[in-house]
Design a protein around this ligand. Structure first.
Ligand code: COS
Length: 384
């Protein structure tokens, strides 16, 4: 963990400069080619971006949650596709191993995830189970010393790039709920594991998702996370608590970028003889956006600090994700409005961002799931 303020300031500075000088100039190319240039991936590896939240003993930077969200604020200031590539190694792809894995599982996989040699994906969602994650139907049936996995996972981020998958599957066919689910680490190339064709998405070109299909995929029992059956759903929920905070931080960063683009445009663009930034109706959109970004940023930092203090942040992470992702959508909409006709054509980055940020309200739990988590926790607390 960095903790020392000067070291953290230097890291944030480095990331901000990398985003500004290396990533922003390649945004259009990534959009057009639907791919991040290999040279940039190599630079991201060299900067340690794949191992931000992986403990130092495994070669990562071991950032605290507060430090990680501060890095995410900076990484958010460019196309979300860049963040997405390193996102699963720092978040949902690796956290199951970090939080609940055995010592052997950690030492086998974490160093290669930290360096970026290996990309990890998180395979929870299925064709028939999205928000109702506990109803998943992929099975893992014990067969001697192995498990046989059968089922299909859908919209799996970074699956085309992944070297390992954290897979939630049902080990107890008699328990149709959360307690029948276990988590496994499945390596790419395992016979019986196949990938579907890459999804055509609304935005975030350069970030890839596809189906992951298991057909009698034989996985040794040593790949069961933590070596314990029946706790895979809890592992997934703990992973998502952290993931939601990270996504909330990215929303703050992207919103900040969209607002700064809108402000530059409003200062440049003249109508009725003056820059449109002089008009109070435009100022209202700028001011509301600034205020909401500040609110979301404060929420994210507060919740991150709570997590670093080892407090349960399921509610606060959901609040932060709900508010920050909805805020990001409103800022995107206002930023397009400020750009006027120019905001609707792809000469300006805002047209791309508007499509890219739509995903934030959906993945790692929709806004409605965040509302449900928050209200349920409130009710449970009140009844105690
Ligand atoms: N941390 C630890 N444990 C948790 C937890 C958390 N944040 N949230 C739930 N659990 C535990 C519960 O304590 C419960 O354990 P017990 O059976 O021992 O009591 C178990 O997990 C089941 O929880 P719950 O009863 O709340 O499950 P439900 O199926 O009713 O609902 C929701 C769970 C809807 C919150 C969950 O399915 C969810 O988050 N869905 C959205 C999935 C998602 O985000 N998908 C995105 C895919 S990844 S990009």
């Amino acid at each position: 963990m960095i903790r020392d303020p000067d070291t953290l300031a230097a890291l944030l500075d480095n990331v901000a400069r990398f985003v500004r000088e290396r990533l922003v100039p390649h945004e259009s190319e990534v959009e057009e080619r639907d791919a991040i240039p290999e040279s940039l991936v190599a630079e991201m590896k060299a900067l340690g971006l794949f191992g931000l939240s992986i403990p130092e003993q495994y070669g990562g930077l071991g950032l605290t949650m507060e430090e990680e969200v501060r890095v995410a604020f900076e990484l958010g200031r460019t196309s979300p596709a860049f963040r997405s590539l390193i996102g699963t190694n720092n978040g949902i792809g690796s956290q199951g191993i970090i939080l609940d894995g055995t010592a052997e599982q950690k030492s086998r996989y974490l160093p290669r995830l930290a360096s970026g040699e290996l990309v990890a994906s998180f395979a929870l969602t299925e064709p028939g189970s999205g928000s109702d994650a506990a109803s998943l139907s992929t099975t893992a049936t014990r067969d001697g010393d192995d498990y046989l996995l059968n089922g299909t996972k859908r919209y799996i981020t970074n699956a085309p790039e992944a070297g390992i998958f954290t897979v939630m599957a049902r080990t107890d066919p008699n328990d149709r709920g959360a307690r029948g689910i276990s988590a496994f680490i499945v390596e790419r190339g395992t016979p019986g594991l196949a990938l579907g064709k890459a999804d055509k998405k609304m935005g975030q070109r350069g970030a890839h998702t596809c189906d992951v299909i298991f057909e009698d995929c034989r996985v040794p029992s040593a790949q069961l996370i933590g070596g314990i059956e029946g706790v895979g759903f809890k592992t997934a929920m703990k992973v998502l608590d952290k993931g939601r905070l990270h996504i909330a931080a990215v929303c703050v960063g992207v919103a900040d970028r969209m607002l700064s683009d809108a402000l530059s445009y409003a200062l440049e663009r003249k109508q009725f003889g003056q820059p449109i930034a002089e008009f109070q109706l435009v100022q209202a959109m700028l001011a509301d956006s600034k205020t909401e970004i500040y609110a979301a940023r404060s929420m994210v930092l507060d919740a991150a600090g709570m997590r670093d203090d080892h407090r349960d942040v399921a509610t606060e992470a959901a609040c932060a994700k709900l508010f920050a992702s909805e805020m990001c959508g409103r800022v995107a909409d206002r930023a397009v409005q400020i750009h006027g006709g120019a905001g609707y054509v792809s000469d300006y980055a805002i047209e791309r961002f508007y499509r890219d940020v739509r995903l934030f309200r959906i993945y790692e739990g929709t806004s409605q799931i965040q509302q449900l988590v928050i209200a349920r926790n409130m009710i449970r607390e009140a009844r105690r």
